[in-house]
Design a protein around this ligand. Structure first.
Ligand code: ZN
Length: 438
């Protein structure tokens, strides 16, 4: 019972690394300290949450599975489905082993879970250390959970109604070694850390720009059932101080229910180009930190190199049209995209191309166009990325990127009213002393 509670509460941190639950327990304490120190900002309709209560109320009526062997460690993972994901790649990211993943796709591919999952949605998996799946689930709406659970060698579908209550949390931390090391220390679920990276993806290249001493603060939703955190929700506001520069973002939903992230002044954070062509994840982030450029000998090196495990998704940094796809001498497997305003981007050394990527095809920003490899002139798996304006090479990290539409003047008052409390939380966090997390 207690073990299960730990596993869920710590889903964002140590468990993702498949460490022992003893380690996770330390993370749990950190989370509670965090909640106590920063307070839990409650929506008015929900009663405040007492961290002690969270520890006591561990029973889950729905989808609960005792592991086959009580001695087994239990791991929870939460991941977001992204554009370009296949069921197989998504299940692998959830920590499910190839055998169970293949059984699921083959026999249960038509299940409600797979019919429901789509880009931007998060799902959770409970496995043992070997990646044997016990339970897979997804909240289709705030109150409805669909999933599959193990029964012997098979998986059976379930679908249930469970009322979730929403509460708003805050966390802050400083970067010591990597974003995830810091978000782990702050008790943040991975899906929240990834959202923060996505929100600022037009401003900050999280693979290359992070500096020791950078800071983040985040205000986000968590959903509870019976006092127990069930899943994370949306980031409502975030601040990132990168190399001394302060970036702030706040979520705003207009009267038609369409939402997006803006600066406190109402400028859109959606940029025409992403800073990084590489998907950001726990794996790629750790990989980048260890990277030492290997192509110094390439004299006229006119690009930016990103080390990443072979197979990591490469995404189009902007909307565009495929101008070239194929082999290109030292570049190996290469894609060139043409964008508006005379801009082209080039992606080299790919292991392979995503399906549908052929000359003349339209691609959207963030769409997967291929996978990291070591083809052509490369001594290890990495992505070589170039950015050209009217045929002239430019450093993509130095170019100012145009933004999408700001909040119209007529909506400014509504905007300010909605985001004021979020920004107040960020102000509060700024005053919280950040403990060293080395
Ligand atoms: Zn290069």
């Amino acid at each position: 019972m207690l073990k299960k509670g730990f596993s869920i509460l710590s889903q964002g941190s140590a468990l993702r690394d498949r460490k022992k639950l003893r380690v996770a327990a330390a993370g749990l304490v950190a989370l509670f300290v965090g909640m106590t120190a920063f307070g839990t900002v409650q929506q008015s309709e929900n009663p405040p949450i007492d961290p002690q209560t969270v520890v006591e109320e561990l029973a889950l009526s729905f989808g609960e599975m005792a592991p086959a062997d009580q001695a087994d460690e239990v791991y929870w993972r939460e991941e977001r489905f992204v554009r370009g994901d296949t069921f197989t790649s998504f299940l692998a990211r959830l920590g499910i082993n190839a055998k169970d993943a293949s059984t699921l796709v083959r026999r249960n591919g038509g299940a409600q879970f797979f019919r429901s999952i789509g880009p931007g949605m998060s799902a959770q998996a409970e496995t043992n250390a070997d990646g044997d799946l016990y339970l897979l689930r997804l909240f289709t709406t705030q109150d409805r959970v669909v999933g599959l659970k193990r029964q012997g060698d098979e998986f059976v579908e379930f679908e249930e109604q469970i009322p979730l209550t929403r509460s708003v949390h805050m966390a802050t931390g400083a970067i010591s070694s990597s974003l995830f090391a810091s978000t782990d220390a702050a008790g943040l679920p991975d899906s929240i850390a990834t959202q923060v990276a996505e929100i600022f993806s037009g401003e900050i290249d999280f693979h290359r720009d992070l500096r020791r001493g950078d800071r983040f603060a985040v205000v986000y939703e968590m959903y509870y059932h019976g006092g127990q955190p069930i899943r994370s929700g949306r980031v409502l506001a975030a601040e990132f101080v990168n190399n001394g520069r302060v970036y702030r973002a706040t979520w705003y939903e207009d009267s038609t229910g369409r939402g997006s992230y803006y600066t406190p002044e109402g400028k859109s954070l959606r940029k025409a180009f992403l800073r990084s062509p590489l998907e950001f994840s726990r794996v790629t982030s750790a990989f980048s930190m260890r990277f030492h450029p290997i192509l110094k000998q390439w004299r006229q090196h006119k690009g930016v190199d990103y080390a990443a495990p072979a197979g990591t998704r490469i995404r189009a940094t902007a909307d565009g049209v495929v101008e070239f796809v194929g082999q290109k001498n030292g570049y190996g497997n290469t894609v060139i995209l043409r964008h508006p305003n005379g801009i082209t981007t080039l992606y080299a050394h790919m292991k392979g191309f995503a399906s549908g990527i052929r000359r003349g095809a339209r691609v959207e920003q963030g769409q997967t166009i291929g996978y990291v490899g070591a083809t052509g002139w490369a001594t290890g798996p990495h992505l070589h990325y170039e950015f050209h304006v009217n045929g002239v090479h430019r450093n993509p990290l130095k170019v100012t990127m145009p933004s999408s539409n700001p909040i119209p003047a007529s909506e400014m008052r509504a905007f300010q009213e909605q985001v004021r409390p979020y920004l107040a939380h960020l102000d509060f966090l700024r005053d919280v002393r950040v403990a060293s997390i080395d």
